[in-house]
Design a protein around this ligand. Structure first.
Ligand code: SF4
Length: 274
């Protein structure tokens, strides 16, 4: 079969057409007008110190802000906990603000029959939403059923807002105020630490990686997960201690180990109780 000869000029023309059709098919990809580019480049850039709220490690960060918009999040080199590093999740925190799916208004559902589905919600004003909550609470209080009220929140609730919400719960008469990660994860851990060794906070129980000679890591992947605090410290001393990783999975941490013990899944407790 004879192959058609394609000159360099034909190829570039075809590539140009493909590029043009791609541009037509993706109208969102717009170039900034030169004047706009210049304005953006000249807009004042600020680095604002803050704290990452994406997990309880609470790494110290610097947020680059230009013209009132967040552009980038980096670790704060002055942060004593994370030593200037942050994980991918912390960098992606930008989308907590700019994710197009972020809810910015209360959603109300008028049809109780739609419970259990994601349908039937409509946007409401804050006044309307607060009035609806107040009406429900008053009804339950008047019927002596206020203990059926539960207030649940994520980890910022358990760390920062729980005292205020607990006071609100006590004022209306319900004990059911729960910050999920705190109750289910962090507080039992901190309680166990403080009972066993006398201290209970992350910053108080940091491993002394500068003096570690032999590190046994059991089912923990601090080189491949969000554990910046330990990953950074253990990583910069890697090679100065012997690293043993006990994990069925060949994790990023196992990949850096001197010895990887790939126990069978589900055997972790028997392995260490014998
Ligand atoms: S470990 Fe990652 S997610 Fe957690 S606080 Fe630090 S940067 Fe944020």
């Amino acid at each position: 079969m004879k192959q058609a000869a394609i000159s360099r000029r034909d190829f570039l023309k075809a590539a140009g057409l493909v590029g043009l059709s791609t541009a037509i098919a993706t109208p969102k990809l717009k170039l900034l007008a030169p004047a706009q580019q210049k304005a953006e480049a000249q807009a004042e850039e600020r680095w604002v110190p803050s704290i990452c709220m994406m997990c309880p490690a609470a790494c110290q960060v610097l947020v680059r802000v230009r013209d009132g918009r967040i552009e980038k999040i980096e670790g704060n080199p002055k942060g004593p906990i994370n030593l200037g590093k942050i994980c991918a999740r912390g960098q992606a925190a930008l989308f907590r603000v700019y994710n197009p799916d972020r809810l910015k208004k209360p959603l109300l559902r008028d049809n109780p029959a739609a419970r259990g589905s994601f349908s039937g919600f409509r946007e409401a004003s804050w006044d309307e939403a607060l009035d609806a909550v107040a009406a429900h609470l008053k009804k339950l209080i008047s019927e002596n059923r206020v203990k059926e009220v539960a207030i649940l929140g994520g980890w910022p609730v358990c760390l920062y807002f729980e005292p205020a919400l607990k006071a609100f719960g006590e004022a209306i008469g319900t004990p059911n105020v729960i910050g999920i990660p705190g109750a289910a994860c962090f507080f039992p851990k901190a309680f166990g630490w403080s009972t066993a060794i006398g201290v209970g906070a992350h910053s108080q129980i940091l491993t002394d990686y500068d003096n570690v000679k032999y590190l046994i890591v059991i089912r923990r992947n601090f080189f491949g997960s969000i554990s910046v605090v330990h990953g950074t410290r253990a990583g910069r001393k890697l090679g100065s201690y012997k690293l043993v990783v006990v994990d069925p999975r060949f994790s990023e941490t196992a990949a850096k180990a001197d010895l990887w013990l790939p126990i069978r899944p589900g055997t972790i407790s028997p392995s260490f109780s014998r």
